[in-house]
Design a protein around this ligand. Structure first.
Ligand code: IPM
Ligand code: MG
Length: 370
């Protein structure tokens, strides 16, 4: 794995291709300035793939994804495809990649960068220094549970069914990811479910406790009910460090946590599979902001979440920790210099577009002695 690093680039729809362009410039920089070379493949996904091939995730793309050491993903979806059937929409590509590659651990950091404290709708003292890592289970639970479907009852009513279901091994493997991360942070994990009303939640709680006791006795584990967690995240978010939770609760709580930072345009994510015997693991990295069709094509999007997703990719898939840290530091300096895209604009700051923001990160990287 050390010699050839295979990367699949899936820009997708909306602002996806625009922000991906800036991430690719960073990849070029790594190649030119630090001799870190990636073998790149580029393909269509989501709406772009529907238009060209009639499906949001083609077999060919899936094969490239299986073959890659890591996937850098942009965003999918948009009004052009909104009327398509539920199972044909661009978003199905994300679910398909998660399922087919076994990407079960979705890491969603919510970090407040000092220069952006005032971008949050919460008081500065509540969010300053905030650094939460939400670990969301992403191949199980109600998103994939059976039975599911829509049926018509004898009396003509329709009935929609989805099933929340978790097994011991599904809970353990995502729990291990969370506890491992916690060991490199403040050694605290909050496990979130609804064990007061759901059997799957009770199993979740019991398995997490047993796992902590057996394998991670140095980590402090607390259990938080999902509704209370939502409330606590808004009331006093800094009480949390690593949060581990189910697919659906993680979907909701990670949006909430993301908004605490004031800009979804800043937030990267990683979705990891199991470590294989050869030491590698499937992994997909994507900004959480989505395709933002309302600003697509205008060069106004914030490329920093895509660039920070690339930093996560370097760190988690290739152990290029120094390079990841360089990129993250460059992003912070660009913000400290007062550059802002529209989504994080503040009084007195300089408003710039996607390309200028990407360029500014490169200029900061160039200042690092090689
Ligand atoms: C996310 C998104 C997806 C999800 C959708 C687009 C399928 O909301 O990644 O959080 O619900 O998982
Ligand atoms: Mg979501």
């Amino acid at each position: 794995m050390a010699d050839t690093r295979k990367l699949l680039i899936l820009p997708g729809d909306g602002i996806g291709p625009e922000v991906m362009r800036e991430a690719r410039r960073i990849l070029d920089w790594l190649d030119r300035k630090r001799g870190i070379h990636f073998e790149l493949e580029d393909d269509l996904v989501g709406g772009a793939s529907i238009d060209a091939r009639g499906t949001p995730l083609s077999d060919g793309t899936l094969a490239l994804a299986r073959d890659a050491d890591a996937i850098l993903f942009g965003a999918v979806g948009g009004p052009a495809w909104e009327k398509l059937g539920f199972d044909k929409r661009p978003e199905i590509a994300i679910l398909g990649l998660r399922r087919e590659l076994g990407l079960f651990a979705n890491l969603r950091p919510a970090k407040v960068y000092d220069p952006l404290v005032s971008a949050s709708t919460l008081k500065p003292e509540v969010v300053r220094g905030l650094d939460i890592m939400i670990v969301r289970e992403s191949t199980g639970g109600i998103y994939f549970g059976e039975p599911r479907g829509i049926e018509t009852l004898p009396d003509g009513q329709r009935r929609g069914v989805n099933t929340e279901v978790y097994t011991t091994s599904e809970i353990e493997r995502v729990g291990r990811v969370a506890f491992n991360l916690a060991q490199g942070r403040t050694k605290r994990v909050a496990s979130v479910e609804k064990s007061n009303v759901m059997e799957s939640g009770l199993v979740w709680r019991q398995v997490m406790t047993a796992l902590r006791d057996a394998e991670f006795p140095d980590v402090e584990l607390t259990h938080v009910l999902a509704d209370n967690c939502a409330m606590q995240l808004v009331r006093a978010p800094k009480q949390f460090d690593v949060v581990v939770t189910t697919n659906l609760f993680g979907d909701l709580l990670s949006d909430l946590a993301g908004q605490l930072t004031g800009s979804l345009g800043m937030l990267p994510s990683a979705t990891l599979g199991a470590v294989r015997p050869d030491g590698g693991r499937h992994a997909l990295y994507e900004p959480i902001h989505g395709s933002a069709p309302d600003i697509a094509g205008r060069g106004a999007a914030n490329p920093l979440a895509q660039i920070l997703s690339l930093a996560m990719l370097l760190r988690y898939s290739f152990e290029l920790t120094a390079e990841a840290a360089l990129i993250e530091a460059a992003v912070v300096r660009v913000l400290a210099n007062g550059l802002r895209t529209a989504d994080i604009m503040a009084p007195g700051a300089a408003r710039v577009g996607t390309g200028v923001m990407g360029e500014a990160v490169l200029r900061e990287l160039d200042k690092v002695p090689q």
